[in-house]
Design a protein around this ligand. Structure first.
Ligand code: GAP
Length: 448
């Protein structure tokens, strides 16, 4: 079993990295093209057995940092479907648009600001005038497809938090500064979805609206930039692949008086993972004016009413999952054999523990099942009995399982198992009685 050589890392060329990660995602069941058996549906993806675990862990890590460990932030899960009034007030009906152009030669449609004046399909430089294309998906709620039944799929989760501001204020004892957090699907009819799950028409967001006294907005903006930047670092994005970039005035969204992006160095260059915006009092004032409801805070001590400003850290869950995969992918050589591994943080890995009986012989099965039963309430486990132990280690490495527990024939005698570490391939013998505590302390060491 011991794999004698110390691993030597060799990250693949960036140009190959994307293909390798996409290949791994499909081969091992992280992400599949949606409706593949019907030829695929462009820009939609299905998350397979491993992808759903990883994505859930990304969202849980965000919820843990943004809600669970804070007493000033509460959660919300608002509806995806909403009436036009919400999007008229928020400004999305009028301004949530991208500039659409048609190539005069091949008639393909493009987003003007993404093509540098040259058609990516045929190379022509002749285009129609740009027109504003609204990115919201429109549908009808109920059996009548008339104007009165129009509804929209939300293009961001944020508005659910603004329109519930008064509900949350009344049902909690919170006072500014406080936040409302939400994780969920959003939909944008992107003109040019691209780069795997980086830009898709259906995706998941992790957003938080932090309501603050207006005079404190700048200070909280700086605070959240720092918090959010450190969240990615803490979960394993290397420092040289992460940066904060402040927006130029011309880039600001219609609601923003200041925005900075957390950017990741993707294989094609720096690109956005998360936007942190000072939305001022734009949204609460807009919804108050349109709905006639008071959306403000009454400060009893100072005996004054005010409309809070909002600092919004808005991240993409699916996009962030892709960044974690790209950052974790590596290849090395162990015992003279090449292996692929995902150096995922154990909190994110689809499985924390692989439980591997050394042989398929029936004599090992009851003890291996007992070990599995001991660990399953605490860790996401994979139980794998097929092929040689070396191949099974490689399979677990490739999907990022940080620890494998091997039950061998000695285990029947000494009541101990072997725990193998994914990154170092070090193996230690641990009594089954102390196994849970050992794995817990390894996980705690990462979290600390
Ligand atoms: N409420 C503010 C807002 O939605 P945004 O910058 O448009 O801001 C926030 O979106 C995050 O959502 C982005 O940083 C990105 O991670 C993710 N996101 C936006 N559009 C996306 C798309 N089409 N596909 C995947 N993720 C997307």
């Amino acid at each position: 079993m011991p794999e004698s050589e110390v691993p030597t890392d060799a990250a693949p060329e960036t140009s190959e990295l994307m293909d390798k990660v996409i290949g791994l995602c499909k081969r091992r069941g992280f992400i599949f093209q949606s409706a593949e058996i019907y030829g695929g549906f462009r820009s939609t993806y299905d998350y397979g057995p491993l992808g759903v675990n990883l994505l859930r862990n990304v969202k849980n890590a965000w919820w843990d940092a943004m809600v669970q460990r804070r007493s000033d932030v509460v959660g919300l899960d608002a509806a995806i479907l909403s009436p036009p009034a919400v999007w008229a007030a928020s400004g999305h009906l009028a301004t949530f648009t991208d500039p659409l152009v048609d190539c005069m030669n091949c008639h393909q449609r493009w987003r003007e600001d993404k093509i540098d004046g040259v058609c990516p399909n045929c190379g022509s430089t002749e285009f129609t005038e740009a027109r504003a294309f609204n990115l919201m998906f429109k549908t009808h709620a109920g059996p009548l497809e008339d104007e009165g039944a129009v509804a929209y799929l939300r293009p961001e989760t944020a508005q659910g938090m603004f329109i519930n501001f008064a509900n949350v204020l009344q049902t909690t004892r919170l006072k500014p500064p406080f936040g409302i957090a939400q994780v969920g699907k959003s939909f944008r009819n992107e003109i040019t979805p691209q780069n795997f799950v980086f830009r898709t028409r259906e995706f998941e967001q992790m957003e938080m609206e932090y309501f603050v006294p207006p005079a404190e907005a700048d200070q909280w903006f700086a605070y959240w930039l720092d918090e959010r930047y450190r969240w990615y670092l803490g979960l394993g994005i290397p420092e040289d692949h992460l940066r904060l970039r402040h927006h130029e005035q011309s880039e600001l969204s219609h609601y923003s008086s200041g925005t900075a992006d957390v950017e990741f160095l993707f294989p094609w260059g720096w690109d956005e993972l998360e936007g942190i915006a000072n939305r001022s009092d734009f949204d609460l004032r807009a919804h108050a004016a349109a709905s006639g409801e008071k959306l403000e805070y009454y400060d009893q001590t100072a005996n004054e009413r005010y409309v809070p400003y909002v600092i919004e850290p808005a991240a993409g869950a699916t996009r962030t999952m892709m960044a974690f995969l790209l950052a974790a992918y590596s290849e090395d050589v162990v015992g003279g054999e090449a292996r692929t591994l995902l150096r995922l943080d154990p909190r994110l890995a689809p499985y924390q523990v692989g439980v591997l009986p050394l042989s398929k012989k029936e004599t090992l099965e009851p003890l291996a099942r007992k070990v599995l039963g001991l660990l399953q309430p605490h860790f996401m486990c994979d139980y794998d009995t097929t092929q040689s132990i070396g191949k099974r280690y490689r399979r677990q490495d490739e999907v990022g399982t940080p620890w494998c527990v091997t039950i061998d024939f000695d285990s029947l005698e000494d009541g101990a198992v072997t725990v193998r570490d994914r990154d170092t391939t070090d193996q230690v013998r641990v009594p089954i009685d102390g196994l849970l505590a050992e794995l817990r302390s390894r996980l705690d060491a990462v979290t600390a």
